[in-house]
Design a protein around this ligand. Structure first.
Ligand code: DGI
Ligand code: FE
Ligand code: FE
Length: 217
């Protein structure tokens, strides 16, 4: 038997902290992250897969544990955050992973984990890719996830130019924010300011781009 690689050991350590169901989702995000890395930044494949592996590390904590951990570690929470228990795990995982695996601590990795649920204005390419991988991984059956997965893969991003592919990513991200916001509204839930800022930024960017193109043609 060959020695386990560092990544395989990490995978086992993460698996031992999660239910089987959460690990199946995590494995799906790792696969999707690998596919997105191949399309957008092959040199960052390993980093994206590590972020995928760690992104939901604290997802199964109770809300009480999330809130207590934020208080203990001085993680600032807005009123809206406190009323949105589902967004807390990105904040806690972005700190907790570095306590569990100090050798991995890295700002880019922290950002990918931190923003995977809500997104934010000014996301890096890697942050966008982890956000999207989480949304469209193959085990997701939620209608919005299926729609976003089809919107991303339908027009064959591999056949696009680099520039077209980046615009495509932004359009699909905007679509995902719109669907998430619509669902939050329908369910009477608060919408975090990061999600709103992320959505507005892309909307304006893409609208200006379309206007420029129209003028040129
Ligand atoms: O952890 P996962 O289930 O894999 O996925 P996720 O981290 O994307 O979390 C999805 C949940 O988070 C989904 O129920 C919608 C919710 N969510 C995302 N953005 C916001 C939000 N909830 C609130 N209240 N506000 C947000 O801005
Ligand atoms: Fe999550
Ligand atoms: Fe997830």
């Amino acid at each position: 038997m060959t020695d386990k690689t560092g990544y395989e050991k990490l995978e086992e350590a993460v698996k031992s902290q999660m239910s089987e169901k959460r690990f199946r989702h995590t494995a799906g995000v790792i696969k999707a992250a690998g596919e997105l890395a191949a399309l957008y930044c092959p040199d960052k494949t390993e980093q994206l897969k590590t972020a995928a592996l760690l992104h939901d590390l604290t997802k199964e904590w109770t809300t009480e544990r999330q809130l207590q951990y934020c208080q203990d570690r001085g993680i600032p929470l807005s009123e809206t955050d406190r009323e949105s228990p589902k967004v807390l795990h990105g904040m806690t995982a972005a700190v907790f992973y570095a306590e569990c695996f100090p050798e991995l601590k890295d700002d880019a990795l922290t950002g990918m984990i931190r923003w995977h649920t809500t997104g934010r204005a000014g996301m890096t390419l890697e942050e966008k890719l982890i956000y999207l991988a989480d949304y469209i991984e193959e085990t997701r059956t939620w209608p919005s996830c299926v729609l976003v997965r089809e919107a991303f893969y339908g027009p064959d991003p591999a056949a696009m130019t680099k520039e077209q592919r980046l615009v495509h990513l932004d359009r699909v991200m905007l679509y995902s924010y719109d669907l998430t916001i619509k669902e939050l509204l329908e369910d009477g839930n608060p919408i975090g300011s990061d999600t709103v800022a992320a959505r507005n930024e892309l909307l304006i960017l893409l609208r200006r781009r379309d206007q420029r193109e129209k003028l040129q043609n």
